[in-house]
Design a protein around this ligand. Structure first.
Ligand SMILES: *Cc1c(COP(=O)(O)O)cnc(C)c1O
Length: 353
C-alpha cells in the first residue's frame, strides 16, 4: 500500500504465473509449455527480420498475420477482418473483458477454470458469477441458461483438461443470443475440435487462441481471436486506445511462419498426444485418478496422498508440477506433458515415492 497508488490498485489481486525457476536441469512440467520447441522456420523468419528495419514501427494492424490465420482457417470461411491479434492471448482476453464483457449483468465462468478471469474482473470492475463444474468436473450447458452479461470458458478447460463437445458449445450459444460467448481455446489443438468452424453461424461467438502452447511460442507472446467483424471491431477500438503496436516485427514474422509450417505443428501436437496417453497409463498404474484430457497436461489426484505433498516431494527430485491450493482441486496436480525423457523422470520420481 502506498498513498501514491490509485484506489483501484490497492484492491487488485494480480494473477500469479507458474514459477520460471532460475535453476537449470529442473524437469519443468508446471506451465504447459510445449517441450518440442518451435518450428525451425519460425527461427529462420525471425533471424531474417533482425535488421535495420527495427528502427521502423511494425504494422499496427498486423495484417500479414491476420491473413495467415484467416487462410489457415479458410475451410471455415474466415477472413482477415474477422481476426484480432495481440500480445499473447492474455492481452487479447484483457481487451475482450473490457470491450465485450462489461455490461450491467454479471458474466459467467466455471468455478474451476483459468485463474486470470477473476483478475480481469477485478481490473475492469466487472461483476461475475462463478458456475460450479459438475462433480465429474464437466461444464453443464444447462447451467449457462440464465441472465448474464457474457460467458467465458476455456475449452479444453484449464486446469481440468476436459473438453466440451461443439454441440454443447452450440447449446450455450443458442441459449444466449444477446451475450458474447467467449471460448478460450488455448489447448484445442491437442485433440479438440475448434469452435472457429461455428463463427460464421453465430454473431455472438468469439474464439480466442494462443501460439504459446501448440505452436511452442510462449516466449514470443502472440495470441488471437476470431469472431464476427463487429466483435473484432470492438477489440480494435480498445487496442487502439491502449497500444497501437502490441506485436513487434519479430513476433509478427515468427507467428506468420508458425502458421505456414503445418507439418511441424501437426507432428508436435501428435507427439504430445502420444506422450499424454503414456503418462496417463503410467499414472493410473500408480493409483492416480486422471481426468480425461484433451490438453497438453493432465489433472490427476492420488486417493492416499495430498496434492501439495506430492508436489513438494517431486520438487525435491527436480521435477516441478503445478498445485492449486483451492477448494475442490487441492488434491490434484496439473502435470504438463513433456518430452519422453521428462515424462520418464516424472514417473520415476513418483515411483520412488
Ligand atoms: C496459457 C493460457 C492462456 C494464455 O496464453 P498466452 O497467449 O501465453 O498469454 C490463455 N488461456 C488459457 C486457458 C491458458 O491456459
Amino acid at each position: 500500500m502506498s498513498r501514491y497508488w490509485s484506489p483501484l490498485v490497492s484492491e487488485l489481486q494480480p494473477y500469479v504465473p507458474g514459477e520460471q525457476p532460475k535453476m537449470a536441469n529442473l524437469v519443468k512440467l508446471n506451465t504447459n509449455e510445449n517441450p518440442f520447441g518451435p518450428s525451425p522456420k519460425v527461427i529462420e523468419a525471425i533471424q531474417k527480420e533482425l535488421n535495420d528495419n527495427l528502427r521502423l514501427y511494425p504494422d499496427p494492424e498486423g495484417l500479414a498475420l491476420k491473413e495467415a490465420i484467416a487462410s489457415y482457417h479458410v475451410d471455415f470461411g474466415i477472413e482477415a477482418n474477422q481476426v484480432f491479434v495481440g500480445n499473447g492471448s492474455d492481452e487479447v482476453l484483457a481487451h475482450i473483458f473490457q470491450g465485450l464483457l462489461k455490461h450491467d449483468k454479471p458474466i459467467l465462468f466455471p468455478d474451476i477454470s483459468y485463474s486470470f478471469y477473476p483478475v480481469y474482473c477485478g481490473l475492469y470492475q466487472i461483476e461475475s458469477k462463478v458456475i460450479p463444474l459438475t462433480d465429474s468436473f464437466e461444464i453443464n450447458p444447462e447451467d449457462y441458461k440464465r441472465p448474464n452479461g457474457g460467458i467465458i470458458f476455456p475449452n479444453p478447460n484449464a486446469p481440468t483438461g476436459r473438453y466440451l463437445g461443439l454441440q454443447h458449445v452450440e447449446e450455450i450459444l443458442q441459449a444466449n443470443p444477446d451475450s458474447v460467448v467467449v471460448v478460450d481455446e488455448a489447448y484445442v489443438d491437442f485433440g479438440g475440435d475448434t469452435a472457429i468452424r461455428l463463427v460464421s453461424q453465430y454473431p455472438n461467438l468469439l474464439v480466442c487462441q494462443t501460439l504459446s502452447k501448440a505452436r511452442s511460442l510462449a516466449g514470443l507472446r502472440v495470441g488471437f481471436a476470431v469472431g464476427n467483424e463487429e466483435l473484432i471491431e470492438a477489440l480494435n477500438r480498445v487496442k487502439d486506445s491502449f497500444n497501437s503496436y502490441p506485436l513487434d516485427r519479430l513476433a509478427l514474422a515468427g507467428a506468420v511462419a508458425a502458421f505456414e509450417d503445418k507439418q511441424w505443428f501437426e507432428d508436435s501436437c501428435n507427439g504430445v498426444i502420444r506422450e499424454r496417453k503414456r503418462v496417463t497409463e503410467e499414472l493410473e498404474r500408480l493409483g492416480f485418478e486422471v481426468l480425461p484430457s484433451k490438453a497438453n497436461f493432465v489433472f490427476a489426484r492420488h486417493p492416499d496422498h495430498e496434492g501439495s505433498d506430492v508436489a513438494a516431494k517431486l520438487r525435491e527430485q527436480g521435477v516441478i508440477v503445478r498445485h492449486f491450493n483451492k477448494p475442490r482441486i487441492s488434491d490434484f496436480l496439473r502435470i504438463t506433458i513433456g518430452t519422453s525423457d521428462q515424462n520418464n523422470a516424472l514417473i520415476k520420481g513418483l515411483d520412488s515415492l
